[in-house]
Design a protein around this ligand. Structure first.
Ligand code: ZN
Length: 453
């Protein structure tokens, strides 16, 4: 018998045990791992009406609507999404606002403030306390997997990777984690590079870095960039590590083609992600097209961080910003370059806001990047694309996988985007989840700001 979702109450239906049919769910086709089932009606916004069959907390089938056998929960056309992936975060920096020195909202100021906060405070205990809070936020929003970059300077790397490893074990099955080493690229010209690569390999992480020199900004000072990239890729190759880099986070910078050529030199196609790539948007069309073609040839994936790029790029005190700071996502996708969207920094000197809610990041990305009219497969940027890049199980609805879902009080993509969806229902392994973002009171004890000067 079909029960109405509203009258039955989801808590009674969604227990994670036995068989249950979620009937008349409206799902973006781009978030269905196997595409739209035959006969399922497709809406103009790229979502499709399906019945989702659950068995003991797993997705057992996704089929055209109309099934009647067994207990059922009629969603009446409500949007149902998988839990999402945030494939570029900084859990080690998160939630230091009010403690770290003020950054002025600029990239240079953020770097300086973060260095001071790191040197003053980043013990294992401090890192674990803040990471724990950030992960509880993510869980409360249905962000089920995070790839986090970890500042891995000499003297800090062991402490941070130890804290990360403990967090990964503590949160396994709730928020899956991957770690990426983050150092200025010139670190790979020192003995620390090889030691860091060993540490990353021992912790199952990715090798990474930022295409600027220590203490410098993007866009200058890296005269030996090709040699440094060769060293990084050699270290990665020796240890069979994937690579994830921060590239060209500035209006004028040109490391990206160097990275693509290094990928081709080292046969690392399909194993490299580049984040930010802001300056690509300001190149003359012909130059940009050539770089994009090179990225496609090298099988490089990109990740755009719209909330942080909007915050940091084109900021001058007293002057209103004139550009959005994001990379040309539509042109990259048209050329076959995989592009994901991610959240980057949360309540730290690089971004004063954010809360680990990938749905919120995606909603903002649609507006910033014009991923609408039509929506096409825009949801893929927060689901299927990062799933393919990272290998995380979240991000799509797939038969045989745990039923980790979000049910929205929304019937179309425009309704999803119009409201914050604070009343979304989280379903974990087929059971209704009580997880909610924690109170800021959980960040206590309050710590005094670091001394300035
Ligand atoms: Zn970042």
């Amino acid at each position: 018998m079909i029960q109405d979702f509203g009258r039955a109450g989801p808590a009674q239906m969604l227990t994670g045990r036995g068989a249950l049919l979620l009937s008349r769910a409206q799902v973006p086709v781009s978030l269905l791992a196997d595409g739209a089932p035959a006969g399922a009606p497709l809406a103009p916004d790229g979502t499709v009406s399906v019945d989702i069959r659950l068995t003991d907390g797993l997705v057992a089938a996704v089929q055209a609507p109309g099934a009647t056998e067994g207990p059922a929960c009629d969603l009446g056309g409500r949007q149902v999404w998988p839990m999402l992936i945030d494939m570029h975060a900084h859990l080690d920096k998160a939630h230091v606002l009010g403690r770290a020195p003020d950054s002025g909202g600029t990239h240079a100021g953020a770097r300086e403030a973060t260095t001071r906060d790191r040197l003053a405070h980043w013990t294992r205990e401090d890192l674990m306390r803040r990471m724990d809070f950030a992960l509880a936020c993510a869980e409360g929003y249905g962000t089920a997997a995070i790839r986090t970059h970890l500042d891995s300077h000499e003297g800090q790397a062991e402490t941070t990777w130890g804290a990360f490893d403990a967090m990964r074990a503590r949160w396994a099955g709730r928020v899956e984690l991957q770690g990426v080493a983050l150092v200025p690229l010139d670190a790979y010209g020192t003995g620390h590079g090889a030691r860091l690569a060993d540490l990353v390999a021992a912790n199952g992480g990715l090798l990474g870095g930022v295409t600027r020199v220590s203490g410098g900004t993007h866009g200058g000072g890296l005269d030996d960039i090709d040699a440094l990239l060769d060293r990084l890729f050699a270290l990665a190759r020796e240890r069979d590590l994937d690579v994830d880099l921060h590239v060209d986070e500035a209006a004028v910078a040109s490391a990206l083609p160097h990275v693509a050529r290094a990928v081709l030199r080292h046969g690392y196609e399909g194993r490299v992600t580049c984040g930010h790539c802001c300056s690509l948007a300001l190149l003359p069309e012909e130059e940009a097209a050539a770089v994009i073609a090179l990225l496609a040839e090298a099988g490089v994936a990109l990740v755009t961080l719209p909330t942080v790029n909007m915050y940091l790029q084109d900021r001058t005190p007293g002057r209103t910003p004139r550009w959005r700071g994001v990379t040309p996502v539509q042109e990259l996708r048209a050329a076959g370059v995989p592009v994901a969207v991610a959240g980057d920094n949360t309540r730290d000197p690089f971004h004063a806001y954010g809360d680990g809610d990938m749905l919120d990041t995606w909603r903002q990305a649609v507006r910033v990047l014009h991923l609408d009219h039509p929506f096409a497969d825009a949801p893929a940027l927060a689901g299927a694309v990062p799933a393919a890049i990272t290998g995380f199980a979240a991000g799509t609805i797939r038969v045989g996988r745990p039923a980790d879902l979000m049910i929205f009080e929304a019937w179309s993509l425009d309704q999803i985007i119009a409201r914050p969806q604070s009343d979304r229902l989280l379903v974990r392994r087929g059971a209704l989840s009580a997880a909610r973002p924690p109170s800021y009171a959980a960040l206590a004890p309050h710590e005094e700001p670091a001394p300035v000067g």
